[in-house]
Design a binder for this molecule. Structure first.
Ligand SMILES: [Zn+2]
Length: 288
């Protein structure tokens, strides 16, 4: 229900704009028809239809469009600090360092009691040039960022418009680089004040990023991390781990007996695309 309402708000203003444009450009003599068109439109869209063309509206509305979906861990395991470097245990200093690095990149520094909390979106470096101040520290910017997440779940952005929530005030033309947490796609309804869209009320659906700081991936950071776990903090890190494919036993194919033939038929394994390996997200919970 909420989604349909959002969709109506997003789609209708755009549809109402294209109709008059088409009529005006193709046949100027059809002008009277243009004025009746908006009258017909409100039947389907009471408020949204005509408003965009008739009023100068500089308000800004940002609504969520598509939330970030972090991969759910397919498997969980524990990392027990007391077993560190014991003979035969998987809890090694090297593994702890690797998992801490993952933890640091998945945590953002904030005002919570622990000083940081788990990032709820992919983190990436966003290079930007501000196009317009949308108020409340929100900015529309021309931005670029490298892909992030498993299998590039967040695709790279190249010279694309994005919405940024910055920590410090900025103005159009400012450039910079931030660590941004992707918070999904939002719909921005606003009136651009830059060419070539200047003055046209429109809705853009764009990736949105929140400026943030990640935990420090350093020996001191690792030390604090270990101390926090020892003190009872419930912390975990999610990493991609490569495991042998269960279906084919890591061979990349399964065998199928052929009637009357000596050799089995080899059937490529679909589960692992014949690689024999699977990459799955594993959540590692740390315990004292
Ligand atoms: Zn397989």
């Amino acid at each position: 229900m909420k989604f349909r309402l959002l969709l109506a708000l997003l789609v209708l203003p755009l549809g109402a704009q294209t109709t008059p444009f088409g009529t005006k450009v193709s046949d100027p003599s059809a002008a009277p028809a243009t004025t009746t068109a908006p009258a017909a439109a409100p039947a389907a869209a009471p408020a949204a239809g005509g408003v965009s063309d008739e009023f100068v509206d500089n308000s800004v509305q940002v609504s969520p469009f598509r939330p970030t979906l972090l991969p759910e861990a397919k498997s969980t395991r524990t990392f027990q600090l007391s077993k560190l470097n014991r003979l035969g245990s998987t809890e090694t200093t090297k593994e702890l360092q690797r998992l801490y690095s993952a933890f640091a990149t998945q945590s953002i520094v904030d005002g919570s009691p622990a000083g940081s909390s788990k990032a709820v979106g992919y983190l990436t470096t966003v290079t930007y040039s501000i196009l317009q101040d949308l108020g409340d520290n929100r900015y529309l910017a021309k931005a670029a960022w490298p892909a992030s997440g498993p299998n590039e779940a967040l695709a790279a952005g190249v010279d694309t418009m994005a919405l940024l929530l910055l920590e410090k005030p900025a103005k159009a033309g400012d450039t910079g680089k931030i660590t941004g947490m992707h918070v999904g796609t939002v719909a921005v309804l606003f009136t651009p004040d830059f060419a070539p869209l200047k003055g046209r009320r429109l809705t853009l659906r764009r990736e949105a990023f929140l400026e943030c700081a990640t935990l420090e991936d350093s020996p001191a950071g690792l030390q604090r991390f270990v101390e926090a776990i020892t003190a009872g903090a419930e912390l975990s890190a999610t990493t991609n781990e490569t495991i042998p494919c269960k279906k084919c036993g890591g061979l990349g194919f399964t065998r199928e007996a052929q009637k009357g033939q000596l050799l089995d038929k080899r059937v490529p394994c679909a589960d692992c695309a014949s690689t024999g390996k699977l990459i799955i997200a594993v959540e590692t919970k740390f315990v004292p």
